[in-house]
Design a protein around this ligand. Structure first.
Ligand code: PBG
Length: 330
């Protein structure tokens, strides 16, 4: 048998920049990015988030400016998360149903000022509840499934009514995708998409996000009775299969980098659009490494985002979206 070397040298195609470009199997562009934004009350407000260095909450006017910035950078979509005022947080999270809540005001303002950009909205009650959970809790602190789904349906209709383009339920209740889809159809929102947080894990990587939406100190216990066990992959396939059968247009895996095996398995099993969320703790780890002089930001950001594409993602939610788009457009 003839040994492949020296006839075959895989370094040949890597020898020059033009050739590396020619042989690249994966491309990353600003069109692959969704930019998560945190909304705060008021006017002209920017509140830096200490555990997410470089990320701020913005009042609605600032959110509109960020949405225009995203549009101008070629980012197709922004994702919105409100930091609800403490006095509006209740055990039943009813502020989620208020047509004039912070979320709805931000959706309307973006759709007025920059209708070309997609607006994705999170469906879950954690920014609105006094106990920090994504749903309604019973007297033992258990998050009740079916009662929560009823409220989530109302929340989704409220967001769609304000002009949301993609409803993204992040709560992990059973059966909510089908119920939300039915309600959207019933209300005439035929083209409002659903991106299901289908495989969302009970993760230690969400801490800075909970600071950003003000739920960290409020949260009683953990979310392990509804979010998935990091030990499980087969179960992710079941979750995704159910959400697709209930009408999800696309599915999400979350967190991102530690779960790329799940992205790949989902993509191979279903051949549907898969997104991943490079979550707050992942962003914070990169920024901490940069601050410590242990890594260079720009190549690390681009390498991690490329990894999502290589694993099979159609796109990535990332707090580095604007920065990455600037690098990609340069
Ligand atoms: C709310 C929600 C969370 C995130 C997105 N939607 C937090 C949680 O489930 O506790 C996390 C995003 C991030 O960490 O960047 N259900």
């Amino acid at each position: 048998m003839h040994a492949p070397y020296p006839a075959l040298r895989l370094r040949r195609t890597r020898a020059a920049a033009w050739s590396r470009r020619l042989y690249a199997e994966t491309v990353l562009t600003p069109a692959d990015l969704i930019w998560p934004l945190f909304i705060s009350d008021g006017q002209g407000v920017e509140e830096p988030i200490a555990s997410l260095p470089g990320v701020s909450r913005w009042s609605v006017d600032g959110i509109v400016a960020r949405a225009k910035e995203a549009r101008d950078l070629g980012i197709p979509c922004v994702a919105l998360f409100p930091n609800t005022q403490p006095n509006l947080r209740t055990d039943d999270g009813r502020e989620a149903l208020n047509p004039d809540n912070l979320m709805c005001r931000a959706i309307r303002a973006i759709k007025d000022a920059a209708p070309e950009i997609g607006v994705l909205t999170d469906v879950a009650l954690d920014p609105y509840t006094a106990h920090g959970h994504d749903g309604l809790v019973d007297d033992r602190g258990y998050v009740m499934n079916d009662a929560t789904v009823e409220v989530l349906v109302g929340q989704a209709l409220n967001q769609a009514g304000a002009g949301a383009d993609i409803i993204a339920p992040s709560d992990m209740m059973d059966g909510r995708i089908g119920r939300v889809r039915d309600a959207l159809e019933g209300a005439g929102h035929h083209n409002v998409q659903i991106m299901a947080y289908a495989a969302k894990y009970a993760s230690a990587f969400y801490g800075p996000f909970r600071d950003a939406v003000g739920s960290r100190e409020l949260l009683k216990g953990d979310k392990k009775t509804y979010q998935m066990d990091p030990a499980n992959a087969e179960e992710a396939i079941r979750e995704v299969g159910l959400d697709l059968s209930e009408g999800a247009d696309s599915v999400m895996v979350k967190p991102g980098l530690p779960y790329l095996d799940i992205v790949r398995r989902v993509k191979d099993a279903f051949e549907v659009p898969v997104f991943a969320y490079q979550v707050s703790g992942e962003y914070a780890m990169i920024e901490a490494a940069v601050a410590a002089g242990a890594a260079e930001r720009d190549p690390m950001v681009l390498e991690t985002l490329m990894a999502f594409k290589r694993a099979g993602c159609s796109g990535v939610l990332t707090y580095h979206a604007a920065h990455a788009a600037r690098l990609l457009n340069a």
